[in-house]
Design a protein around this ligand. Structure first.
Ligand SMILES: NC(=O)c1ccc[n+]([C@@H]2O[C@H](COP(=O)([O-])OP(=O)(O)OC[C@H]3O[C@@H](n4cnc5c(N)ncnc54)[C@H](OP(=O)(O)O)[C@@H]3O)[C@@H](O)[C@H]2O)c1
Length: 381
């Protein structure tokens, strides 16, 4: 493949700048998290130095729905300025011919002199092949720059490839005495407004929020993102309701036209009721049930939801559902928000608290939002 000559020649960019530009690319890539279907939200920056210091001449991010890819857009924006420049990509460029030619080939054809990449792509159609195309095309390749940081943002995509299901985050608000609510008292506010806003931000970063019917009956929750400016990032709500007991009057059903609602129910449940729920805007996923308990078979459901393009799911309760996900070893990330008010007698015991979370998972983050403590954990590999 002919490589156009650099005109004017760009000055090499020092590798000391790698982390700075990769960090910017990772932040940029986050913008379309959750909006790119089965594709990861990748970012590319084209950077060149004509003598006055490095500057970004092209930037791209995986488009909504997954196409076009970030590299093609960044190269398009840079035009001939790509010649001799450096491309920063948050994931190894793709190597396979799909609906569009591989990004690795597009990078070679553009005349960029070097590609700095972050996370490795476990997709067998890419896995090392993207870098090989670049090197064969005469480009210098610097892989694994800020790989851990990029992989953390792309972790839903990476989990889907590694485990053939969406990435699952279990989030619970827990009182200091280890409770998540009180039976028969509806929604008990365990955390304050600052932590709750953070929860809404976490919601916006997920493709779906999942709860059990116990929470729907008790709390009638909205499960949407109510942060100003991010209202349109409310994820799909998923309810585990194998016997199809959900009432058409619940808030989730009434809001199904604004924010999608998926009801997970057995295929042989009341057809008329399904019809009326569908008429209200809900959709259905048929489930297998666990013999004996009649509860939704979670591993199979996760596989089915993954096949629909859902990359990550935020499980927001309640206690029984949280316990089921933990028991099935389906929790990749855990968020525990510890409030300061005791629930006391009659409380619903959380299936996991900070102490047991630390034993089972790796603590990765500890933050404070007003009076509440926010703990993030991830699976021990
Ligand atoms: N603090 C927090 O972060 C938080 C968050 C959410 C909820 N909550 C509180 O939690 C309480 C509700 O918890 P809960 O334990 O009663 O109910 P839940 O966990 O919300 O829902 C449990 C129900 O979901 C259905 N289900 C179907 N398949 C299941 C499966 N594989 N595993 C588990 N459940 C499955 C079953 O309903 P059927 O029996 O109808 O089939 C089951 O009884 C409420 O008081 C709520 O306020 C607290």
């Amino acid at each position: 493949m002919a490589v156009p000559q650099a005109d004017p020649p760009a000055i090499p960019i020092l590798s000391a700048a790698n982390e700075r530009f990769m960090a910017a690319a990772i932040r940029f890539g986050f913008r379309h998290a959750g909006l790119t279907g089965t594709n990861p939200s990748v970012a590319t920056l084209i950077v060149r130095d004509d003598g006055a210091g490095p500057r970004i001449v092209g930037r791209g991010i995986t488009a909504r729905g997954g196409r076009p890819h970030a590299e093609a857009q960044a190269l398009g924006e840079a035009g001939t300025l790509a010649r001799g420049a450096v491309a920063y990509v948050t994931l190894e460029p793709c190597a396979h011919h799909g609906r569009t030619p591989p990004c690795a080939e597009a990078l070679v054809a553009s005349g960029v002199s070097r590609v700095v990449s972050a996370a490795a792509d476990p997709d067998p159609r890419v896995d090392g092949k993207g870098h090989a195309i670049l090197e064969k095309g005469g480009l210098s390749v610097t892989p694994r720059v800020m790989a851990k940081e990029a992989a953390s943002d792309l972790s839903a995509y990476l989990t889907r490839h590694a485990r053939n299901r969406p990435q699952i985050t279990l989030k619970m608000a827990v009182s200091p005495d280890g409770m998540i609510g009180r039976k028969g008292h509806g929604q008990v506010f365990i955390t304050g407004p600052i932590a709750n806003r953070q929860t809404h931000l976490v919601r916006a970063r997920h493709d779906a929020i999942l709860v059990g019917m116990g929470t729907v009956r008790e709390d009638d929750p909205g499960l949407d993102c109510r942060l100003p400016g991010l209202e349109n990032r409310s994820p799909r709500r998923i309810v585990l309701d194998p016997d199809l007991t959900i009432e058409p009057e619940t808030g989730l059903v009434r809001s199904a036209r604004q924010t999608p609602l998926t009801i997970v129910a057995r295929g042989d449940t009341d057809a008329d009721k399904r019809q009326s729920l569908m008429a209200a805007g809900a959709d259905f996923v048929a489930c297998d049930v666990v013999p004996g308990t009649g509860r939704v078979a979670l591993p199979e459901l996760m596989e089915d939801l993954g096949a629909t393009g859902i990359q990550n799911i935020l499980v927001e309760g309640g206690a029984t559902v949280g316990e089921s996900f933990l028991e099935a070893d389906l929790v990749d990330r855990l968020i525990l928000v510890e409030g300061e008010t005791m629930v006391g007698e009659g409380g619903i015991v959380s299936p996991i608290d900070v102490a047991s979370g630390k034993q089972r998972f790796k603590l990765t983050e500890r933050l404070r939002f007003g009076p509440d403590q926010w703990f993030e954990f991830e699976r021990r590999i």
